[in-house]
Design a protein around this ligand. Structure first.
Ligand SMILES: NC(=O)c1ccc[n+]([C@@H]2O[C@H](COP(=O)([O-])OP(=O)(O)OC[C@H]3O[C@@H](n4cnc5c(N)ncnc54)[C@H](O)[C@@H]3O)[C@@H](O)[C@H]2O)c1
Ligand SMILES: CC(C)[C@H](C(=O)O)[C@@H](O)C(=O)O
Ligand SMILES: [Mg+2]
Length: 359
């Protein structure tokens, strides 16, 4: 069966890194992968053309695709749009919500070659391999009511942090199953000392635990988790948490691996359809300069092959190609270190493709 893949480059460095992913998809096709690649607009680039960050046409294409690859959205050009519903970020959130992509996998894995690029001492991060499982379609990101309104003569802003038991249970199951396939340790991160919604979160995780007797479940408050991630990150195997805590902790975990430019992600729904994107944003500060690291985006292609297209061998070939490029001492500026050769986005794409061809 021919799988449809939708490529959404987005804004800022999005198109630069998406171009490298497109080349990699072509190489996979040449290696026998049966896919059809389409492109679409999302975020600020879609707003500029259609006045909407998620045009109906893009949403239709996304629904019809087996997998979506997204670069990044957003940037200062669109930050002044007053109607929040029209901001580029809403394009991304709309895709996640409309496709029911509740299960966000954010692996933070250190390539041994990059130990010196991490902001932590090499011995603290050597061998690091954490999987953050973030709930992606609920919590405070989507809770109602929300808004800014005048109360007692002054403006107040408010959001609602809400999770139902069924939402907690389904992300909990993703995390327990992930832990079963990995190191069999699951740490659930919450703020159950203060917030009722996370008291319920903790209760549901506890209720699920006996169904996964081979997994050791622990709980940690989010403030402590942030501290432990930079104190002794290797204590973690799988971490499960809600939408906002997961957003914050995954950026912190990303930096342990040397650069946020290294971190891919997968967002899955109940039928295995997935959207794949780097964890980083559109990096407006370096956009258009051919210096962005395309590896998170290229590794997102590998995650897509593994989780949506069931093509493990090709996924491993991409990951091995990235390893071999790093072995050769090639680095983009964000992961540069002494004695290594600093190259641009396109040249990094060239190097990965050449290594992929040799695998
Ligand atoms: N998934 C997404 O599309 C996504 C995620 C996060 C932020 N954003 C949006 O991106 C815009 C910028 O946000 P931000 O600055 O907070 O976060 P960011 O991730 O875009 O950038 C943070 C820092 O990391 C660097 N960086 C990020 N990706 C890199 C890469 N591939 N190679 C080298 N360096 C890289 C940037 O140059 C910047 O210094 C905002 O509009 C934000 O809403 C989008
Ligand atoms: C751009 C933004 C809506 C998004 C989020 O907060 O989920 C981003 O930070 C991410 O981590 O994917
Ligand atoms: Mg984020």
């Amino acid at each position: 069966m021919t799988h449809k893949v939708l490529l959404l480059p987005g804004d800022g460095i999005g198109p630069e890194i998406a171009a490298q992913a497109a080349r990699l998809l072509k190489a996979c096709q040449e290696a026998g992968l049966d896919i059809e690649v389409e492109e679409g607009l999302v975020g600020g680039s879609a707003y500029d053309v259609h006045g909407e960050p998620l045009p109906a046409e893009t949403l239709e294409k996304a629904k019809a695709a087996s997998a979506i690859l997204l670069g990044a959205v957003g940037g200062p050009k669109w930050d002044k749009i007053e109607n929040l519903a029209k901001r580029p970020e809403k394009g991304l959130l709309g895709l996640r919500k409309n496709l029911g992509l509740f299960g966000n996998l954010r692996p933070a894995m250190l390539y041994p070659q990059l130990a010196s690029a991490s902001s932590l001492k090499p011995e603290l991060v050597a061998g690091l391999d954490i999987m953050i499982v973030r709930e992606l379609t609920g919590g405070i990101y989507f809770g109602q009511p929300r808004g800014i309104e005048v109360r007692n003569g002054e403006r107040v802003g408010f959001n609602t942090y809400i999770y139902s038991e069924s939402e907690i249970e389904r992300i909990g199951r993703v995390a327990f199953e992930m832990a079963q396939k990995r190191g069999k340790k699951l740490c659930s991160v919450d703020k159950a000392n203060v917030l009722e919604v996370t008291i319920l979160w903790r209760e549901v995780m506890e209720r699920l635990a006996p169904e996964y007797p081979d997994v050791e479940l622990t709980h940690m408050y989010v403030d402590n988790a942030a501290m432990q991630l930079v104190r002794a990150p290797k204590q973690f195997d799988v971490v499960v948490t809600g939408n906002m805590f997961g957003d914050i902790l995954s950026d912190a975990a990303a930096m342990l691996t040397g650069s946020i430019g290294m971190l891919p992600s997968a967002s899955l729904n109940e039928s295995g359809q997935g959207m794949y994107e780097p964890c980083h944003g559109s990096a407006p500060d370096i956009a258009g300069q051919n210096v962005a690291n395309p590896l998170a985006m290229m590794l997102s292609v590998a995650m897509m092959l593994r989780y949506s297209l069931n093509e493990n061998a090709l996924a491993e070939r991409i990951e091995a190609a990235v390893g071999s490029v790093l072995d050769d001492g090639l680095r983009t500026a964000d992961i540069a270190s002494e004695g290594m050769q600093t190259i641009g986005t396109d040249a990094m794409g060239d190097a990965v493709l050449a290594a992929f061809a040799k695998q």
